[in-house]
Write a protein that binds this ligand. Structure first.
Ligand SMILES: [Fe+2]
Ligand SMILES: [Fe+2]
Length: 343
């Protein structure tokens, strides 16, 4: 898998010279799937210049979709954001008159407007039970885009510490091979270093990084573990490893380039672990469960395309080395092709 990732990155580097990185192109695609209750992308004046390029608004004419769960201060949990925003958005919150005293309110026939954050987030796995970070998001503690980006990255890296802690515990409970359990524990240690490194960068740029908060969950079934692993590991961490490799090469800030070089090497190993775990669980699932996991994998690849269309502030491209929208779109295309070949 490491060779595949490096091969994909090499193709992207050939296809997109660094001189092309300053292009910031399209807004996320509207995944409207039809029907009277379908969400629709709308334009809203949020009065917030700093976030204007990273946020999209969706109108839900029938209110909160089934299965979506609101948490504190009108924020929804990570999984709900997929239903509300149609993609792997990091934050989603009820907007304007739909948020009253910290609670989501949907008057009869008025519908729900949701603000979806599409800023790039860094690399990492989002464990089941991960809470949003509404306080940091609401206060906008940092106005430096690099500080804000690394606040989000540090939160996600810290979330990944929990994800691998939970993984090693669940794998032990299911009698997984010791090599997988050891790899999960090693990844947990890696993520602890990543969280520390990204917190340091965030603070150097005026950020106020916060620790991740994850609700405790009982040991899950192998199918549930497989679904989370295929979405968060096989797809998102593989893509995240590609982005980190790009940052290591393209970041104009030497300290960020150094940090991303170390992170990219670890994230590539984490992506490989995800694929090894997927292969082991696959042998323990029946045909119906395997088909459901494959369906989640296909959807995760499709949803990742939204991230590839998100806009990135030019300073993040120059200083933090983030790939532009057009480069990320090419990364997504090449990754999707590579995954098709591997399937
Ligand atoms: Fe990480
Ligand atoms: Fe990782």
């Amino acid at each position: 898998m490491r060779a595949v990732l490096k091969g994909v990155l090499g193709l992207v580097l050939i296809a997109s010279p660094l001189a092309a990185l300053n292009h910031c192109s399209t807004a996320p695609a509207d995944p409207d799937d039809g029907g009277a209750c379908a969400r629709a992308a709308i334009t809203v004046d949020s009065g917030d210049d700093a976030g204007a390029q990273c946020e999209t608004f969706f109108f839900h004419p029938c209110g909160i979709p089934a299965g979506a769960t609101a948490r504190d201060n009108c924020y929804f949990d990570v999984n709900s954001c997929t239903a509300l925003c149609g993609g792997p958005y990091y934050t989603c919150v009820a907007f304007g008159s739909n948020c009253v005293d910290g609670a989501v309110v949907v008057p009869d026939d008025a519908g729900l407007v949701v603000e979806c954050g599409t800023c790039p987030n860094g690399t990492g796995r989002r464990p089941d039970g991960l809470r949003e970070r509404p306080e940091a998001r609401r206060e906008r503690s940092s106005r430096d885009p690099i500080g804000e980006y690394f606040e989000r990255a540090a939160h996600l890296e810290d979330a990944s510490v929990h994800a691998f802690r939970i993984m090693s515990r669940e794998l032990a409970a299911h009698g997984a091979p010791k090599t997988l359990i050891f790899a999960a524990k090693r990844a947990q240690a890696d993520e602890t270093r990543h969280a520390r490194a990204t917190r340091d960068i965030a603070r150097e740029h005026g950020g106020n990084p916060e620790r991740a908060c994850v609700d405790a969950r009982p040991i899950r079934s192998l199918e549930e573990i497989a679904i989370e692993n295929v979405v968060e590991g096989c797809i998102r961490e593989t893509y995240g490893a590609l982005v980190a490799m790009w940052q290591a090469k393209a970041a104009g800030d030497p300290a960020i380039a150094r940090a991303m070089k170390k992170i990219a090497a670890d994230e590539t190993r984490h992506a490989a672990l995800s694929w090894s775990l997927a292969a082991w669980i696959d042998t323990r699932l029946d045909d119906a469960a395997r088909a459901r996991v494959a369906d989640h994998r296909r959807r995760a690849v499709d949803e990742l395309k939204n991230d590839a269309g998100a806009c990135v502030a030019p300073v993040l491209i120059r200083r933090a080395g983030l790939p532009s929208a057009c480069v990320r779109e090419k990364m997504w295309t090449l990754l999707a092709r590579a995954l098709d070949l591997a399937a």
